[in-house]
Ligand binder design. Structure first.
Ligand SMILES: Nc1ncnc2c1ncn2[C@@H]1O[C@H](COP(=O)(O)OP(=O)(O)OP(=O)(O)O)[C@@H](O)[C@H]1O
Ligand SMILES: [Mg+2]
Length: 506
């Protein structure tokens, strides 16, 4: 049988970095093929080559037995290959429908844009994805999870027979992941070949027929899923055993640093009328509080409100060291010792024009400027430790941030906040896109900082992460707290029940 895609000796160098070298393997028609590898292993680069985003590379790619040389993504699309990128690629001002048909707009017989037709088709596609978004909504106001579904709708509209998904679930919650599983099953019935990149082993083992492992830009091996284990795969990925992140030693709880009382955040445009309703929580020094909930439950809004990043229309009380505060800008929260790692690094976190060092030093600058100008050397010295602690892999402190792999960009954002030495750290899905090894290291880092007195509120799209990190887990459902568990009490089952509308114990 001719493979649908054949990679032969594929290599790619960027200035100073070998992203891929001599990668050779095949994809068979109709299979779901997972690509695994650490952050920076070259997964996205290989997918960008296959989808025509990167056009200069070594080696050869064949599609259905014929060598191809795509001059751009349009060529790849014509050959039936579509990609859903890791970093979302939407035009924020344009409506959902216009994003789906970008560059292939439907026109009336008079050559005008046929908005009605695009909206109709978009509505059908989105309905198939069980996505409740109105096709006229501007993409920029959608939450990350819905934006990701929009990208999937776009790929589906191309009727591709090879679909590349680069970490499609990194911003999805459990229910949405289940929804995507159904979509993938649908596609496979139609014979679509799927290339699936994910750092989540449970996903890989649920979906893939075969798994290919890359390490440091090199091909390691391809195995049948039934013939391997997650442990074996991660072993090949990192080339060493991963530290077991099991924090047996209890952390001691210090003073109460943050108190939230009856926090209500109105949402006049929504029938429910609020994004958050009567939410109360306490946070102590040295403690990690996890916030669980489905997409739209209000997790991000809760953190953003504390951080002064929402409209200051909320009611209730936020107490910092017992004193009421009302931040109207994140800067005020920063000055008060609060830091936040946001879920959407492209929109809120990274400055694409600045290099790695500048992106990391951004908020620590004032400390560095005390007593003089910021020289390049001082900046480098300043960022050295956060870059080391978060294990950022890059060509150096002055590499372009846009040249880093997705997971390494996320590490830079975490490093930036470590630099300001906050007392309270708000983490909104912080390990999104970070590989298993780096995750374990980050957990250890967070645990260590908490032992030194840091207080953390963390949300995650992976329940296992909350169960690993948090001392207590609060569950939000539709803006209300529906349950609280100690780490000992919490199970994935009990949290999911509370998140999907279980009845409030309080
Ligand atoms: N445009 C670019 N300019 C310079 N270097 C780049 C560029 N794109 C990728 N690289 C480098 O190539 C290597 C592979 O990156 P790639 O994005 O393919 O990794 P990845 O396996 O997708 O990682 P992740 O899991 O973090 O998404 C990295 O070292 C990265 O810094
Ligand atoms: Mg990637």
């Amino acid at each position: 049988m001719t493979p649908i895609i054949a990679f032969r000796g594929v290599g790619k160098r960027f200035a100073g970095v070998t992203a891929l070298s001599d990668v050779t393997f095949d994809l068979m028609t109709g299979e779901c093929h997972a690509i695994c590898g650490e952050n920076g292993a070259g997964k996205s680069t290989l997918m960008k080559i296959l989808s025509g985003v990167i056009t200069k590379y070594d080696g050869e790619i064949s599609v259905r037995g014929r060598p191809v040389a795509f001059r751009g993504t349009r060529d790849a699309e014509v050959a039936g290959i579509a990609i859903i990128h890791q970093e979302l690629n939407l035009v924020e001002q344009l409506p959902a429908a216009a994003n789906i048909f970008l560059g292939r707009e439907k026109r009336t017989p008079f050559g005008l844009l046929d908005d009605a037709a695009m909206e109709r088709e978009a509505a059908t596609l989105l309905t198939d994805l069980e996505c409740p978004v109105d096709p006229r909504t501007p993409a920029g106001v959608l939450r990350v999870g819905d934006q990701q579904l929009l990208e999937i709708a776009k790929a589906l509209s191309l009727k591709s027979d090879v679909l590349i998904m680069d970490e499609p679930t990194s911003a999805l919650t459990e229910t949405e992941v289940a929804r995507l599983d159904r979509v993938i099953a649908q596609l496979r019935q139609r014979g679509v070949t799927i290339l699936y990149i994910s750092h989540k082993m449970d996903e890989v083992f649920r979906l893939a027929d075969r798994i290919t492992v890359l390490r440091d830009g090199r091909y390691v091996k391809t195995v049948d899923r039934v013939a391997t284990t997650p442990r074996e795969i991660t072993g090949w990925m990192v080339g060493r055993e991963i530290a077991n992140h099991d924090f047996h030693g209890a952390r001691s709880r210090g003073e109460k640093v943050l108190g939230v009382r009856d926090l209500t955040l109105p949402w006049p445009e929504h029938p429910r009328g609020y994004r958050l309703k009567n939410v109360s929580l306490d946070l102590h020094a040295g403690e990690i509080v996890g916030i669980a909930g489905l997409m739209g439950a209000g997790r991000t809004e809760l953190l953003e409100t504390i951080f002064g990043a929402t409209e200051p229309t909320w009611t209730g009380t936020i107490l910092l060291d017992g004193r009421p505060v009302r931040f109207i800008h994140p800067k005020e929260a920063c000055d008060a010792g609060i830091a936040m790692v946001t879920e959407d690094r492209k929109r809120l976190g990274l400055f694409p024009d600045l290099d790695v060092a500048a992106n990391v030093s951004l908020c620590g600058l004032r400390a560095a400027l005390r007593g003089g100008l910021l020289s390049r050397g001082r900046e480098e010295a300043l960022v050295a430790s956060p870059i080391r602690e978060t294990a950022v892999k890059s060509a150096g402190p002055h590499a372009a941030i846009t040249g880093l792999s997705g997971g390494n960009q996320q590490k830079c954002i975490i490093g930036r906040w470590l630099l300001v030495k906050p007392r309270i750290l708000l983490l909104d899905d912080p390990t999104r896109g970070i590989d298993v090894g780096a995750k374990a290291e980050l957990y250890q880092l967070i645990d260590r900082l908490c032992r030194e007195g840091l207080a953390v509120v963390v949300t995650s799209s992976e329940l296992s992460e909350l169960l690993t990190l948090a001392d207590r887990i609060l569950v939000l459902a539709e803006g209300r707290l529906t349950a609280e568990f100690s780490r000992a009490e919490a199970t994935e089952q009990s949290i999911m029940e509370a998140a999907t509308g279980g009845q409030a114990p309080r």
